[in-house]
Structures are given as structure tokens and as C-alpha cells.
Design a protein around this ligand. Sequence first.
Ligand SMILES: [Zn+2]
Length: 221
Amino acid sequence: MTATTELKSRAHQLVEAARELFVAGVMSHSGHANLSVRLDAERFLLTPGFVRDLQPDQLATVSLDGRVLAGELRSVSVEIITMHSVVYRARPHVGAIIHTHSPAATAFAVAHRPLPCRTEPMLRFGQAEEVPVVPWGPRGSDVSVRGIAEVLERRPTTSAVLLANHGLLVFGPDAAATGQLVVAIEESAEAELAAAAIGGAVDFPEGALESVRTSIARVAS
Ligand SMILES: [Zn+2]
């Protein structure tokens, strides 16, 4: 595939993943989200500041050090470049990142409560551990970015973090898989909240998460 075809294909995958988030019903009322896909070691495609009715040619190409190389970003989106680049830097195998304010996951973020892994979809889509909370910092600030970097270092196998008082940040090998994990996490958060009314969610049997983590590590290596 030529570089241009490759770029077009990734742009298309990103737009499709954004559309799926709306179809799956995991978006907040505002429809706020930002998505990115990695192009290479130095560049990624980023949504321009909106995701509703997004078209592939509206994506911006940005560098990991924060420069807009092609396309345009709304000024609010410039702040979120670092939220994405810190993940790409920390995780060389990550190919796509999605940030949403999915309501149930955001409830955990607002309550500063890690989201436990207690549902089959979370296991299946690659989050065989709780989703940790990153302490709050203003969006795109050094405090916020450093917080994300620290949690990623402390939790080398997590594929998602909750941003305290803010929302959800999920990352994976490509846009489709990352979108599926966003949906699985939102479903899990909804199930946790619903189960709380009838006695509370219960952990998987002892050893279940470890065995899935081991098989994920085997596939990834
Ligand atoms: Zn946000």
C-alpha cells in the first residue's frame, strides 16, 4: 500500500469507529469525543474538535511533539494533542486512542472510583484488570499529561484510564478494537451501577483474570 492509500485507509477506519460510538449509544449528550490513529512513530491523525458527521478529509495530521502538519484543528483541540501523544509515546504498540465522556464510565471518573473488571466483554476486549483513575488536571495541562504517564507506567498492561472529574481514555491496536473496548467499558460501568441496587457486582472466580492476562500476553508477544 502506498503512503497515501494507507493514510486514507486509517482515516476511514477512524471515522467509522467514531460513527460506531454513536450507533452503540455510548456518547454523552454533548456528543463530545476525540479520536486518533497512529500513522508512524512521529505522526497521528486526530479529529478536528468534533466527531458528529465527521468526514475522513476533516482529520488533522499532527506530530507527537504537538505540531499540526496538515489539516486544521479547532483551538480547543490543540489542548488535547498532548493527551494523545503521551499515550503513543508510552505505548509503542498502540495504534488508536479514543476519549469520550461516556456517561456510566464518567460516573466512575467523577467518583474517583476505578472500574473493576467484572464483565465478560471487558475481558474479551482486552481489559482483564480494573480501569485505574488518573488524578485531575486541567485538560492538556502538564499536570494532566504527567498524571496519565505515571499511571501508564505503574499499570503497564491497562488499555484504558479514567480521567478524574472528566471522562474515559481508551487505547488499542486499531480504531475498531479501541472502539469496541470503549463500548465494553461503558457497558461494564452501567452493569456495575445497576448491580449496586441489588447487592453489588461480584468478582470473577479467583485466577480468572490472571489466566486471561496470560493468554493476552502470549498473543501479543
Ligand atoms: Zn473530554
